[in-house]
Design a protein around this ligand. Structure first.
Ligand code: PRX
Length: 640
């Protein structure tokens, strides 16, 4: 479709100066059962309500409305190089499967507004479950399949799901990971008990079913092969889902999203940013456990009428189970992918492979590669840009925002990317750089400040923290002195042309291989070890993963800190503990034992100084000699 010729600057200005007119126009990109009465309600800041009075359904927009034009076209392509399977569902077939899943959920007692927790590997059934929830108005809470019982239990407790959808297991690098025991343990740990558990059996691991509670998807599906389930008419402001994310405290936050604002935001981003056109194929290598998976594996591409690829497996293994560093490019060729979305960490993995692999397949369908989730370093950007010969579009956003805050809207007006910058402010976002201590706006180029967003936040942005408005307000909107603005907790600078550069987090969040983790959660897990008195976890720069977690622990019996054999044994025990509580993604790369940790006079851990020492940088001003000696100890332990 051809775009009206206009500059991005005009497009952006229109979104900021006439937001109601701008977003009313974007709202035309989706199907409404009844039209919205009011575009933006900002009467009770910072709680923006979008498209009040409008009625719609996300599943209808993702599936039903495409049936007339593209029933036979591919909608979901589920590829697993772990099990060597490829399943392709047309819009019609996906629509049928989602109705079956919806009928099963209803039969198991789920009604509109109930929570359904989804703890699944990257298989088609996970997509059925998400879309089925949307269809009947249940709120889905997808928990990343790489998380272990402790993380899962705290999410079950907070979400209070009526039902949990899971599977016998996942697989990584050919090794089956049994999910069911992890799930059973999480339910045991949780004070909330789900009424029912629905399980997909892939034949990867044996399952002990709890009578009366556990049900097999395959069996119930048979009973509902032809049960039609209509789309529930949802208010625009009704909750579509919650997704948990790490923050400054150990307790994960349920990021809550609406229905209408989200549908409009995704449809608009598919058009203006990703240039995804109906009938084409979109390939995001993310996981449904993350926000990218929600927005750009499931809802965004389907709303746009595209086929979407769901991929389970490593980027370096083929469908035959043999090493194959070109598997993603093979899929691009086979399914004529036009837009691809991945993370810098995945590209760094591919970079270790033979560069000839990039030339092995016909990639002429591909128009752009989008990368997000962590800073894109220049060597990685250059390598992939030269290899693919298509624009590499960095985009910066958060679980909270649901869609890009900074990037290039090349379908509005093509712009040259700048190495090291994710781009410029997207339409609808009033992005400001504020001074951390004074809250003063930094308007000169190249000043470093906290990246903030002035309200009202655009459609698609989180509504609040699930069941905790006070936490939403306090965490995000009251952290900059004297101003009610949303803080991203990222440092940034902006050049004279409006291109932003992101310089890392201002809080305790770290980014390991594109996974957002709270160091506090890891500290809490380690502190639970009976021999640990105190612990500090920091994120340390890593060539491949961006960052890795490093833990420094003080033991109750200080004499053990110098005992190499005891330390090694304890390190193993602690890593196992983190694996069990949070999952292997959160496991520290190393655990080192010290007799004291550096702290401020008020007792706050000097995490940034520890991080600096780990990265071989100058830790900066030290207030006491004690800090210097404790940091010296850390330096020595790192060398050992
Ligand atoms: O620190 C920023 C970093 O990842 C955080 C958000 O992570 P998450 O909630 O998992 O959402 C990821 C959605 C893509 C941000 O606060 N981050 C994300 N994208 C970029 C980035 N840092 C630098 N450049 C990016 N493109």
């Amino acid at each position: 479709m051809s775009q009206p010729a206009q500059s991005y600057a005009d497009f952006y200005r229109h979104s900021i100066e006439q937001p109601d007119a701008f977003w009313a126009e974007q709202a035309g990109l989706i199907d409404w059962f009844s039209a919205p009465q009011r575009v933006c309600n900002w009467d009770n800041p910072p709680f923006a309500q979008w498209f009040e009075g409008g009625k719609l359904n996300l599943c209808h927009n993702a599936l039903d409305r495409h049936l007339k034009q593209r029933a036979q076209q591919s909608a979901l392509i589920a590829v697993s190089t772990e099990t060597g399977s490829e399943r392709v569902y047309s819009f019609e077939q996906l629509h049928a499967e989602v109705q079956r899943m919806a009928a099963v959920l209803l039969a198991l007692g789920v009604v509109k507004g109930d929570r359904v927790l989804i703890y699944m590997p990257m298989i088609a059934e996970a997509a059925f479950a998400m879309l089925a929830c949307a269809r009947i108005g249940a709120i889905h809470c997808v928990v990343f399949g790489g998380f272990a019982s402790g993380s899962l239990a705290s999410r079950i407790e907070d979400a209070e799901p009526k039902l949990i959808v899971s599977a016998d297991g996942g697989s990584r690098g050919g090794k089956a990971i049994a999910y069911k025991p992890l799930l059973d343990e999480a339910i045991r740990l949780s004070s909330h008990q789900p009424q029912a558990v629905l399980l997909a059996d892939r034949g990867l691991a044996t399952m002990d079913l709890v009578p009366g509670r556990d049900h097999l998807w395959a069996q119930l599906r048979e009973q509902h092969l032809n049960t039609p389930v209509a789309c529930e008419s949802m208010d625009s402001t009704d909750i579509s889902y919650t997704i948990y994310t790490s923050g400054t405290t150990g307790k994960p936050k349920g990021v809550q999203r609406d229905t209408g604002g989200y549908a409009v935001a995704l449809a608009a981003s598919m058009k203006h940013i990703f240039d995804g056109r109906a009938g084409e194929t979109y390939f995001s290598t993310s996981d449904i456990g993350w926000v990218v998976g929600h927005s750009y594996i499931i809802y965004g591409p389907l709303i746009a009428g595209m086929a979407t690829i769901m991929y389970e497996g490593l980027p370096t293994q083929g469908l035959d189970g043999q090493p194959n560093g070109a598997i993603w490019w093979q899929l691009v060729e086979k399914y004529k992918v036009t837009a691809m979305f991945s993370a810098p960490t995945a590209v760094r993995v591919l970079k270790k492979q033979d560069p000839a692999l990039l030339k092995k397949h016909d990639l002429s369908s591909l128009r752009a590669l989008f990368l997000a989730g962590e800073p894109l370093d220049e060597p990685t950007a250059r390598w992939i840009s030269e290899g693919l010969q298509v624009p590499i579009i960095d985009n910066y956003w958060q679980t909270e925002s649901g869609w890009p805050i900074l990037t290039l809207a090349n379908a509005v007006e093509p712009k040259e990317p700048r190495f090291g910058s994710p781009g410029i402010a997207m339409y609808g976002y009033k992005v400001k750089l504020l001074h951390e201590a004074t809250g003063e706006e930094l308007t000169e180029p190249n000043q470093k400040g906290v990246v903030c967003i002035e309200g009202p936040t655009p459609p698609g942005f989180m509504q609040t923290v699930w069941r905790d408005d006070a936490r939403y307000l306090k965490t995000y909107w009251q952290s900059v002195p004297g101003k009610m603005v949303y803080s991203t907790f990222d440092w940034g600078i902006r050049d004279a042309d409006g291109y932003f550069f992101i310089l890392g987090r201002t809080d305790d969040v770290i980014n390991v291989a594109g996974h957002r983790l709270g160091t506090r959660e890891i500290e809490e897990s380690i502190s639970g070890h009976p021999m640990v008195a105190e612990v500090a976890v920091v994120g340390v720069a890593d060539q491949l993963k961006g960052q890795v977690a490093m833990a420094f622990a003080v033991l109750k019996d200080a004499s053990l800190a110098g005992d190499a054999q005891a330390s090694m044994k304890l390190e193993g025990e602690i890593m196992k503990r983190v694996d069990g509580d949070l999952g292997a993604v959160a496991r520290p790369a190393r655990v080192r034992f010290v007799t004291v940790l550096p702290k401020t006079r008020s007792g706050k851990l000097l995490r940034r100084a520890i991080q600096a020492v780990c990265e071989g940088r100058d830790p900066g001003d030290l207030t006491t000699l004690d800090d210097a000696s404790s940091l010296e100890q850390i330096r020595q332990r790192l060398a050992s």
